[in-house]
Design a protein around this ligand. Structure first.
Ligand code: FAD
Length: 423
């Protein structure tokens, strides 16, 4: 199929395509390569194979196993171990997906070839780039990779999560934990506030005189009223949130003394533990391949996830600009299925099917206190938009049994999405 056709499907054609049943039979032996084995990339690999068993699917992932950011806040609170949020690629391999643990270092779009750190080169017919985020270490003066060893971001799960956990364990009762939250858009909009909640849960049990200060770049945040209601109910007086316009904007950090400077240098916050979450952009390989625009994220056709900058390359997950969808594991998983269906259709010369996308972000305020925001999305014109009336927030007047049920749903969601992603 010509690129202009692939990119130019009208809504009418797409609606007709929905009536065409999927043929999960081998019809093409095209070579697909996926860079990144996280929520987006691993799901895309699985669904490409499911939709067309004839496809040659190769997944390139730097790490031997994947530690999920979802539920990494539970590790900080001592509610889960890192092992319990680590997933291997064994089941993907068992589904005849070739998994290569290596790092993609360059993309040659003209010759449809990916270079790996090991020196290998791989040819593709379709490339999917799902590298997640890169942290912008240069954005706030003083916060560089060395500073991250003293003030962990823990925004990529694994060693950074454990470092922050050790710092919380070492802190004295009565200490101050500062969490600095970035501007939108960033990975997991409710994440910093779930983190504050679960750190408060840990401190309430072990160091009850301690405090948490959230210095925010923003003036409002995801599920704000639900979080604040939960904090008042479970941790009264323990968590203080400072909006950007009220002095929350961090302008500079001094990592050695664990100090954050706000309000044009007028206020210094010295903390015992600092969790500094820097601004973010698309993962490095996407930037290097010039898949990003001036925003630092990747513009895509939001039906096929094909790059608007380089044909034959699809970008999905956190790295992509996906309309109203938040940067979440659930979104990446949902986009990956839409992208896999679009690629298989394009390779077969079929019209691209109409897409429906979904996201639910559960957050735990405490082990038995869950809240959520969910939405169903559809493509309107060229951007993904939330469908009115489909989804919404947890009710504000819910009783404890309802909150406990939502916490149980959150745990169920984690089990099912990780099974759907890594098999
Ligand atoms: P990732 O999952 O980060 O995967 C990218 C992969 O690409 C990585 O494995 C990386 O090693 C690999 N990679 C990158 N570059 C290369 C390269 N050049 N070569 C080879 N491999 C490469 N989302 C939810 O839906 N629900 C939650 O409850 C939730 N909680 C969160 C809590 C926290 C604290 C945080 C930080 C995030 C949370 N998220 C949650 C968000 C979720 O983690 C991300 O949105 C999701 O991981 C994005 O998926 P992705 O595939 O785009 O990127």
């Amino acid at each position: 199929m010509q690129r202009r056709n692939f990119l130019g499907q009208s809504a009418g054609i797409a609606a007709l395509a929905m009536l065409t049943p999927w043929r999960a039979t081998a019809t093409t032996s095209a070579r697909t390569i996926i860079i990144g084995g996280g929520f987006g990339g691993a799901t895309c690999a699985r669904y490409l194979r499911l939709l067309d068993p004839g496809l040659a699917v190769t997944l390139i992932e730097s790490d031997a196993a994947f530690v999920t950011c979802p539920f990494s806040n539970l590790v900080l609170a001592g509610m889960r171990t890192v092992d319990e949020i680590t997933h291997t690629y064994a089941r993907l391999r068992a589904s005849a997906i070739t998994v290569i643990h290596d790092t993609a270092t360059a993309i040659d779009a003209d010759n449809r070839r990916v270079a790996l750190a090991s020196g290998k080169q791989l040819d593709y017919d379709r490339l999917i780039v799902a590298p997640g985020i890169a942290l912008k270490f240069d954005a706030v003066p003083g916060y560089d990779t060395a500073a991250a060893e003293l003030m962990p971001h823990a925004w990529k799960a694994g060693a950074q999560t454990l470092l922050l956990r050790r710092q919380l364990e070492a802190m004295n009762d009565g200490g101050v934990v500062v969490i600095a939250a970035p501007a939108n858009p960033f990975r997991c909009p409710p994440g910093p506030y779930e983190r504050a909640s679960l750190i408060a849960h840990y401190l309430k049990q072990h160091k009850p005189r301690s405090k948490i200060l959230i210095l925010d770049t923003k003036d409002k945040f995801s599920k704000q009223s639900l979080f604040q209601q939960g904090w008042n109910a479970l941790y009264p007086g323990m968590i203080e949130w400072v909006a950007g316009s009220a002095g929350g904007l961090v302008e500079r950090v001094e990592a050695a003394s664990r100090t954050l400077v706000t309000e044009s240098g007028f206020t210094e916050h010295r903390a015992d533990v600092v969790n500094f979450i820097p601004p973010q952009e698309a993962g490095q390989i996407a930037q290097q391949a010039e898949l990003t625009d001036a925003s630092g994220w990747c513009p895509v056709n939001q039906l096929s996830f094909e790059s608007l900058r380089i044909p034959g390359i699809h970008v999905l997950g956190d790295a992509a600009i996906a309309g109203a969808m938040p940067k979440s594991g659930f979104s990446a998983n949902s986009q990956a299925k839409v992208c896999a269906a679009a690629i298989v259709a394009a390779l077969r010369g079929d019209p691209i099917p109409e897409a429906s996308y979904a996201n639910t972000c559960y957050s735990l305020v405490g082990p038995d206190y869950g809240i959520s925001v969910s939405a169903v999305y559809a493509l309107t014109d060229s951007a993904i938009a939330a469908v009115k009336g489909a989804g919404g927030l947890s009710p504000s007047d819910a009783d404890p049994a309802f909150r406990a049920r939502e916490a149980a749903y959150a745990r169920g969601w984690y089990s099912s999405i990780t099974a759907d992603t890594w098999g």
